[in-house]
Design a protein around this ligand. Structure first.
Ligand code: MLC
Length: 509
């Protein structure tokens, strides 16, 4: 018996393998039979490229059905998927490659030469190939003539299935190691909790290089053996049109605020739907209420993070409460702790800690960091500040770590500040999160220039573009003489947020 996650999925595929798994609007459909055959071929191609069980496969590709097949092929080959945001730039990628030393890199055709160069610079010998349809050496071409069956590599539940990188408060990205059992347990829990039924159709508009779009969404569909409508990216009008054929939608709050700006979001447009789910960033109460008023649907908000998938969910049946993320999942223990690590009673605010079969195995190559993030009794310190009310609902009320969540993406100010501080003419900088009507929060860079340096706010922003993933680039910058500090010498980001509140508000008009 193997605990390879692919075998769990396969055990739930429909008996009729001609049933649709992926439908790309205006494009092709992939059946469950296609998925089995294609993922077998891709798995053979990975093995032929030198990928062995336990090896990492770095993947930076546009969203496509083939990219999903590649995910499953990695599982089948026993490889560890390392999905990378397509927005990542050279400097970011080089770090991931040198840290994870993948045996293979799959990228977009227009970035092949760049990735080959980065692999050399990172000091790794990886097979670099593309996922494009044509051209020598693409993965689909390598896979073309290979067998449509593949013996899934045996894996234990604790063996790694994926590494997901996120930046950190130190500025150095860390790779969360997710095992087959981590992903499988969370998927089984969510699939049951959210009441997936055979005829469900998921409308999928999220990117597939992070937990939400990749594991929460796709794994539920695979366990359900049903179909998803797979849009290359989120476009509110296209998505509203497709709701008529879907039953479940998962989005970040920005998707919902963009939906609400459309006159086409009506009860009729949603009449085929049964469930709208939101996560990855706080859903504002006003968005929750406006969506209910306009459609009659109550959005189900849930909470989780890269280091374990989902931790809590509002109920499928029962009261979904605005401003809360619901109850801990049935197999997740969640507690609130105080400064001394003591467990706090309901109603008191503290750090959220979680434990369960979904919680990650630690950070790749960072045993010390891993140790610091877990308590002696095995709870993961989320870094989020929360409270549990008398009915058991969990609310997130703040963050212990310096983090901006913009349009559902996590942006660590320290990482951005490090880039800014390296620019010519910069003494130091502080990046703060400001309220943004579309992205929820967006970055503002406050930059101290060297005396006499010809540094401009626009110049700082322009210099960051192309070096940092676009969503990490602050939307605005200001150049100042100095940063406010407290008696300990720490930059007072609250003071900065207050000082620039009016300026920021005016700039958004
Ligand atoms: C794009 N931009 C962003 C941005 N996305 N800036 C800040 N924050 C973002 N999230 C940049 C663009 O590059 C562009 O820059 C400018 O902002 C305007 O872009 P746009 O065309 O309006 O953006 P769009 O392409 O429509 O993308 C917005 C979005 C996308 C909301 C659709 O960001 C998205 O799909 N977000 C989902 C994130 C996600 O899946 N998170 C899950 C993480 S998992 P310029 O310079 O070109 O003008 C996780 C765990 C959990 O957190 O619990 O789920």
């Amino acid at each position: 018996m193997t605990d390879n996650l692919f075998e769990l999925f396969r055990s739930r595929f429909p008996a009729d393998r001609s049933r649709t798994f992926i439908e790309v609007p205006g494009g092709r459909a992939v059946s469950y039979g296609d998925l089995e055959a294609m993922s077998a071929r891709y798995a053979h191609a990975l093995a032929a490229a030198g990928v062995r069980p336990g090896d990492r496969v770095a993947v930076q590709v546009d969203k496509s059905a083939e990219a999903v097949v590649l995910y499953l092929a990695c599982l089948r080959a026993g490889a560890v998927l390392l999905p990378l945001n397509t927005a990542y730039q050279a400097g970011e990628l080089e770090y991931f490659l040198s840290d994870a030393s993948p045996a293979a890199v799959v990228c977009q055709p227009h970035r092949l030469a760049e990735l080959e160069g980065l692999a050399v610079a990172a000091g790794i010998t990886a097979c670099v190939m593309t996922l494009g349809a044509t051209g020598d050496g693409t993965l689909p071409e390598r896979a073309g003539g290979l067998a449509e069956t593949f013996t899934t590599a045996p894996r234990g539940g604790d063996d790694m299935a994926a590494i997901l990188y996120s930046s950190g408060t130190t500025g150095r990205p860390k790779g969360a190691m997710m095992s087959h059992a981590n992903l499988g347990s969370n998927a089984l829990t969510l699939h049951a909790l959210w009441g997936f039924a055979p005829d469900d159709v998921l409308l999928h508009c999220l990117p597939i290089f992070h937990t939400h779009g990749l594991f929460v969404a796709i794994n539920c569909v695979l366990l359900n053996g049903s179909a998803m409508i797979f849009c290359p990216k989120f476009d509110a009008e296209q998505a509203i049109g497709l709701l008529k054929r879907a039953t479940v939608f998962m989005g970040v709050p920005t998707f919902y605020t963009r939906f609400l700006t459309s006159p086409n979001l009506t009860p009729e447009a949603c009449s085929h739907m049964r469930l709208f789910i939101s996560g990855s960033a706080p859903l504002l109460e006003e968005t929750f209420n406006a969506f209910r008023e306009k459609t009659g649907f109550t959005i189900l908000e849930r909470y989780g993070m890269t280091e374990g998938g989902m931790f809590t969910s509002n109920p499928l049946v029962g009261d979904r409460r605005a401003g809360t993320v619901g109850f801990p999942l049935p197999d997740v223990q969640l507690r609130i702790t105080g400064e001394e690590g003591q467990v706090l009673p309901r109603g008191e605010v503290g750090i959220i800690e979680v434990k369960g079969p979904n919680i990650f195995k630690g950070y790749w190559n960072m045993p010390e960091k891993t140790k610091a993030e877990f308590t002696g009794d095995g709870f993961f310190k989320s870094g989020d500040v929360g409270v549990i009310d008398e009915r058991g609902y969990v609310s997130i009320v703040g963050r212990a770590k310096d983090l901006i969540i913009s349009g559902g993406y996590n942006v660590y100010p320290k990482e951005v500040e490090d880039f800014i501080d390296r620019l010519a003419g910069v003494v130091e900088s502080a990046v703060i999160g400001m309220p943004h009507p579309d992205f929820g929060e967006a970055g503002l860079a406050v930059v101290v220039a060297e005396k006499g340096a010809a540094l401009t706010a626009e110049g700082v922003i322009d210099a960051l573009k192309g070096r940092l993933a676009n969503y990490k680039v602050p939307k605005q910058a200001v150049v100042v003489a100095e940063l406010p500090r407290n008696a300990m010498g720490k930059v007072q980001k609250n003071v900065l947020r207050d000082s620039y509140a009016e300026m920021w508000k005016a700039s958004l008009q």
